[in-house]
Design a protein around this ligand. Structure first.
Ligand code: SF4
Length: 421
């Protein structure tokens, strides 16, 4: 069966390689890894586990395929829809294979109904969020892969939460199923649509939850009834630069796009904006990103949140162009992202003229670059903002533990939701 890790390795805790030594340590929420494991879902099970679970319910193995068809093809976990099933077995099968892993808490709508951001509650009371965005030619879902994030980027709302735990494959996939059903059922302006793109750019560092993310990618891209049938070429995995994960992903032979959140062209500046840079520096992450391009033949996205007076000046654009051109032509596409400041931040978005100049310098150096539009700027559009608010309201930790990296700024600014498009 696609996706489920069958190596028997220990579950990942969400810590990235080298997390407990060196200049940067993962930022952990006080309740890190103390939340227990979510119930096992069809998406988490191996073929053998699925057959065994069916057997326990007195069901023959062909029923497993029917259930997978309901889930991946019809996007349903509702026993009332299982009309090809014996009526007496439907409720038990739904309970066993489709435990409720994510529950909607609130939704915020923006961009005339073309953007919907949803806050979800998980089985243990944790909060995560996903964002569904309609564009003229595609419908994109931005999903979370961890509860909180251990990377500690000072401009990011999620980074302020610290890492609580990894999400299971089932929890990750449930965001996709819910969004695909919402798009199909016309919940976005302009009527029914097909979910076409998935980006791992919500809460969390996907490389810190590698096995569950990979299993999710496989099931998002496999054809029904093995998966949702969304082309791997339309899946983007972002990373802050966890080099071992980038290199491992390059070897999987899956043509997903890699997005590297660079945000700064020099180690001096990136050490401050992206603390993980103290573990894997700009040379190491750009080397790995270029190697990913060579292995996948897919241009790498370079994400760059523009912060006024911090990283948006002409010298930053020139250095960025030089660093990228060092590896040759046309291997990367830069996405400068206007910052969507969060409340109380002392940092603000770049001036429009600085954004334009930044782009012009990249273009004149032969670098492909597109300024992202700002989806969700009239809602809590930045990553982790809804969840951060929910966490504060419910007492969920919003403070990283002392084991984490020192804060460089007590008034964080989050990158715009637009970076997730
Ligand atoms: S920007 Fe991304 S990697 Fe950095 S703290 Fe936020 S979610 Fe984590």
């Amino acid at each position: 069966m696609p996706g489920v890790d069958q190596t028997g390795e220990q579950p990942e805790t969400g810590l990235t390689p080298g997390a407990e030594r060196g200049d940067f340590r993962d930022v952990l929420a006080p309740n890190h890894a103390r939340r227990g494991k979510p119930p096992l879902h069809l998406a988490d099970m191996t073929d053998e586990q699925r057959i065994e679970a069916a057997k326990e319910l007195g069901l023959p193995r062909f029923r497993v395929r029917q259930l997978a068809n309901h889930y991946f093809n019809h996007l349903s976990t509702n026993p009332a829809d299982f009309t090809d099933f014996p009526a007496a077995a439907r409720d038990d099968a739904a309970r066993r294979f489709f435990p409720e892993l994510i529950t909607p808490v609130t939704s915020q709508v923006a961009d005339q109904g073309m953007t919907v951001k949803t806050l979800w509650r998980l089985f243990d009371g944790s909060s995560i969020e996903s964002v569904l965005m309609r564009y003229p030619k595609r419908v994109t879902l931005c999903i979370s892969s961890q509860v909180g994030c251990g990377m500690g980027c000072p401009f990011c709302a999620t980074g302020q939460l610290g890492l609580t735990r990894n999400m299971s494959t089932g929890e990750i996939l449930e965001q996709v199923r819910a969004a695909a059903a919402a798009a199909r059922d016309g919940k976005l302006t302009r009527g029914p649509a097909r979910l076409s793109n998935v980006v791992f750019m919500g809460m969390g560092e996907p490389m810190g939850n590698y096995r569950s993310v990979l299993a999710a990618i496989r099931q998002i891209s496999a054809l029904p009834p093995e998966g949702f049938g969304i082309s791997a070429r339309n899946i983007t995995v972002s990373t802050v630069g966890v080099v071992p994960g980038m290199r491992k992903l390059a070897q999987e032979g899956i043509p997903v796009r890699l997005a590297l959140s660079l945000h700064a062209p020099s180690d001096e500046l990136r050490d401050e904006l992206v603390p993980m840079n103290r573990r894997f520096n700009t040379t190491q992450v750009l080397d790995a990103a270029h190697d990913y391009y060579l292995a996948s033949k897919r241009r790498v996205s370079i994400e760059y949140a523009l912060m006024k007076g911090i990283n948006d000046q002409a010298e930053h654009a020139r250095l960025l162009a030089k660093r990228l051109n060092h590896y040759g032509d046309d291997w990367a596409h830069v996405n400068p992202i206007p910052l969507n400041p969060i409340e109380g931040s002392r940092w603000t978005a770049s001036k429009p003229e600085d954004e334009r100049r930044f782009l012009e310098i990249l273009h004149s150096a032969g670098i492909a670059a597109t300024l992202r539009d700002t989806r969700g700027s009239d809602i809590d559009g930045a990553c982790g903002q809804l969840a951060a608010k929910a966490g504060q309201a419910s007492g969920q930790s919003s403070e990283p533990s002392a084991s984490g990296t020192p804060r460089t700024d007590s008034s964080p600014v989050a990158a715009s939701v637009a970076r997730k498009a």
